[in-house]
Design a protein around this ligand. Structure first.
Ligand code: AKG
Length: 323
């Protein structure tokens, strides 16, 4: 099992009455905040153009204050009941202690939440999976339907230098297609210096194996992928352009799973930075057995979803959430 997002150096149809099922699941859980109504978001032609051409678009205020409070509460519940592969990263954390160990003074936290695990572990996430985020990414991708893949939660404590190096998401996921993307939601305000940085247009580059994974995980059997070029050198030499965004809590960054991206630390000593990325697949998204080692889905999910190579991403583990 390898790190879900390289911090070291790195069917269920919505039409089958999600409201009733979600209500039943939530009532079995510990008290969560009331589920907010969808926030009004107007996706424009300019948003679609930016997503298609740059690979990323910033949509301010896509989630209202009520959603931000709701998701911060769910985030805390997720930290209180972490998954098997949650990473509580402190200064003393090494690759060997990445999973399972709880660092005393954590600088960074990462976890993944899959649909069926959420129902057992943090049901408060389920309404977020069924929220207007799915319609938002459907419009940007130009997809008639959207399946939920998983949620990635990240916290960086104030002052941490923990970075997430340049990488693409898709090579480490057992899914393939051009309509696979994330709705990343800020749960705290974050200045430009703390922004996720994206290499403009790099979703059209093809797939690569990041340099840093070589040092920290063998990613066995992934030699099929060429190594990612030295992105910092390309930026310095003007061969590539980085896009970064100052964000307020509730803003979204919607991005293609093939775009090269990464983030630095959290320079705001007194403020923690929490965010979640909802991962979605559109019309052309299929399950893809990449042959070598991957991070997502985790082996436990991979053992139960029942999809075969080339199957459309739509099953109980990765249900359709839009329309
Ligand atoms: O939020 C971050 O710092 C990085 C996010 C990221 O790498 C991702 O969502 O794939």
């Amino acid at each position: 099992m390898t790190c879900s997002c390289c911090s070291f150096s790195d069917q269920r149809s919505r039409t089958s009455c999600p409201g009733r099922r979600l209500g039943a699941q939530l009532s079995r859980s510990k008290a969560s905040l009331a589920v907010p109504k969808p926030s009004a978001v107007h996706v424009t032609a300019a948003h679609r153009k930016a997503y298609q051409e740059n690979g990323v678009v910033h949509i301010p205020g896509a989630f209202g204050e009520d959603w931000v409070h709701y998701m911060r509460d769910a985030f805390q519940q997720g930290m209180d009941k972490p998954g098997k592969y949650a990473e509580f990263i402190g200064k003393d954390t090494t690759w060997d202690t990445l999973f399972g160990a709880r660092a005393k003074d954590i600088e960074m936290f990462q976890d993944q939440v899959f649909y069926q695990q959420a129902a057992e572990r943090v049901p408060a996430w389920l309404p977020v999976f069924h929220s207007h985020a799915a319609h938002l990414i459907a419009q940007l991708m130009g997809s008639a339907r959207i399946s939920f893949f998983y949620l990635h939660a990240i916290l960086k404590q104030g002052g941490t230098e923990q970075a997430i190096p340049w990488h693409q998401d898709l090579p480490y996921w057992k899914v393939d297609g051009k309509q696979i993307g994330s709705v990343w939601i800020a749960l705290d305000d974050m200045p430009l210096a703390a922004s996720v940085r994206y290499v403009q247009g790099s979703h059209a580059w093809g797939l690569f194996r990041p340099q840093h994974f070589v040092d920290h995980s063998s990613y066995e059997g992934r030699e099929d992928l060429p190594l990612l070029p030295d992105v910092d050198a390309m930026l310095r030499q003007g061969q590539a352009k980085a896009l970064a965004f100052e964000v307020k809590a509730g803003d979204t960054l919607c991005f293609d799973a093939r775009i090269v991206h990464g983030s630095l630390g959290n320079p705001e000593a007194r403020h923690e930075h929490r965010r979640v990325a909802l991962r979605f697949g559109g019309d052309d998204a299929v399950y893809c057995n990449r042959g070598g080692e991957t991070a997502i889905p985790t082996p436990e999910i991979d053992a139960v979803h029942g999809l075969r190579h080339g199957d459309t991403l739509n099953c109980k583990a990765f249900p359709q959430v839009w329309p």
